[in-house]
Design a binder for this molecule. Sequence first.
Ligand code: HEC
Ligand code: HEC
Ligand code: HEC
Ligand code: HEC
Length: 167
Amino acid sequence: MNRPVVLKTRAVFALRLTLSLIAAPTAVWADDHVGAGRCNDCHRAQYEQWRTSAHARTMERLDPAQRRDPRCLGCHATSPTGGLLGVQCESCHGAGRHYAHDPVMRDRELARAVGLSSGAEPAVCARCHTADSARLIPFDYARALSKVQHGVGGTQPKAPVSAQVSP
Ligand code: HEC
Ligand code: HEC
Ligand code: HEC
Ligand code: HEC
């Protein structure tokens, strides 16, 4: 993308962001999560890898009372108030309302500025993998990271799959 296009994209995005903040301050600040289904529009491979993971299925471990217990949902759900259960994409990559749009995602700097995290920071995991939550073996970041890796390099779709099918 050349510079003028990038600047225009940024200006349009900034305008939309401003309008959304003016129009719905409560909704915007209360919960900026969009859910894994939205990420799946463009990141099919990562979604498939995540879908069958322990993170995605962790609600199955809780009994019906625990599934409503805020003490458990803090770590076993992404956004209890938004009804997003399990450890979804946004638990590690940050709430996506402002970055999960094609022009923003293509501008890494902008995406980071409005909430995207690479996920690859020990602090991201440490929020839930505390000394208290450890099972038998204490959390080992390097080992744990190798278990959740889902980077697929250049093979991910660069546009929503629907947009690719019907140009
Ligand atoms: C409209 C399509 C689209 C949606 C929706 C989308 N992404 Fe992206 N994402 C992209 C594109 C395009 C890139 C840049 C890929 C590239 O340049 O290689 C990207 C890059 C990324 C990266 C890599 C960033 C980096 O710095 O390497 C992460 C992580 C990511 N997206 C996570 C998410 C998450 C989490 C969601 C859902 C909340 C999401 N994306 C929703 C299209 C999308
Ligand atoms: C501070 C974050 C946090 C909170 C709060 C939390 N958990 Fe967990 N829980 C975790 C993590 C992280 C793991 C995975 C630990 C591991 O694999 O080492 C886990 C694992 C589990 C497991 C699987 C354990 C096993 O032995 O396989 C169950 C069941 C569970 N938690 C239930 C609960 C219940 C019930 C609550 C609420 C009373 C709760 N958790 C609160 C973070 C948390
Ligand atoms: C929002 C809370 C949360 C965050 C953030 C989080 N985890 Fe977890 N993690 C959990 C819970 C809850 C479980 C227990 C899943 C189960 O077995 O039900 C778990 C389980 C695991 C497991 C054991 C299951 C498996 O797949 O082998 C690994 C490894 C793991 N997490 C790695 C990580 C890494 C690495 C990060 C950071 C990049 C991370 N987690 C971030 C909550 C979290
Ligand atoms: C437990 C935390 C965690 C969860 C949950 C998670 N990610 Fe990631 N993600 C990471 C980490 C850490 C990396 C960097 C290491 C790697 O490449 O796997 C990463 C990398 C990525 C990348 C860049 C990959 C590349 O090819 O360069 C994308 C895109 C991405 N994640 C999308 C997603 C989507 C979409 C979901 C949900 C379907 C998701 N992630 C769920 C932690 C997480």
